[in-house]
Design a protein around this ligand. Sequence first.
Ligand code: SAM
Length: 230
Amino acid sequence: MDKFIGKWANPLDDSLLEQSARRGKQYDFDQIAEDIKEKLRFEKNDVVLDVCCGNVALTKRIAPLCKKIHGVDFSATLLKTAEKIIIEEGISNLETHLSDAMKIDELFPAGTFDKAYCYFSFQYFSPEKRELLLEKLLRVTKPGGIIFIGDIPDKTRMWSFYETKFKFYRERISHILKGKEGECDLGWWVYPQEIQAWGAKHKLNVSILKQSEKLPHAHYRFDVLIQKTN
Ligand SMILES: C[S@@+](CC[C@H](N)C(=O)[O-])C[C@H]1O[C@@H](n2cnc3c(N)ncnc32)[C@H](O)[C@@H]1O
C-alpha cells in the first residue's frame, strides 16, 4: 500500500487536488503558492527544500523563482505524478527524492538550503516526530536561512473545524481502537506554543502567523516562520 494514498487520503479521481487531500472548489494551487512566495521571498540563487512535496503541484510553481528545488516525499504514487509533471513541463531545476521526511539529514549535508518549507503536511507527524523533523530541517538549512511550516491544524481552534465534539471523539476512539496513526482522521492537532517553545530552546526567531482569510483553512490553521540565526 502507498504510504499516503489509501492511508491519509482517498482521492475520488487523479486530479492534483484530490491526490493532495484537497476536495472542493475552495482550493486553488496558484493562490496557495502565491502565499508561500510572499512568506519566503525566494531569490534566484536560492537552493530550496520542499519537504512532503506530494505531486509537486506547489513545488513546480516555486521552481521558476529559485536556482534549485528538491522535493522529498514518501508516497510513490504522488512522486510518480510528480515525475510525469517534471518531464512534461520540462522543469529542469526540480529534483524529487522518494524518502521519509525523517531522513532529510541523510539525504542532504548540513547547511544545504537557503529556504526549506513543509506545507499542509506537519499534521501527519506525531509530537515526537515533529520535534525531530524541526531539528533536521534546522540542520539542513544554512545559517541565516528560513524555514516555513504552513497550514498547521491549530489545537486551540479545533472546535472551529468540527461541527460537533462528538465527531472528533468518534474519530479519536476509532483511531485508538483500530491502532491507527494520528489522533483523528486529519492526523494531529498542534499547539502553536509547542513550536514557540522549541524555538525558544534553540534561541531561534519563531513567528506564528495567522493565515490570510482568503485561504480556505484560515479558520483553523496557522503558519510558522523560523529564522536560523547562526
Ligand atoms: C496533504 S499532502 C500535501 C502535499 C503538498 N505539500 C501540498 O501541499 O500539495 C501531504 C504529503 O505529505 C507526505 N508525507 C506525510 N508524511 C510523510 C513523511 N513522514 N515523509 C515524507 N512524506 C510524508 C504525503 O506523502 C503527502 O504527499
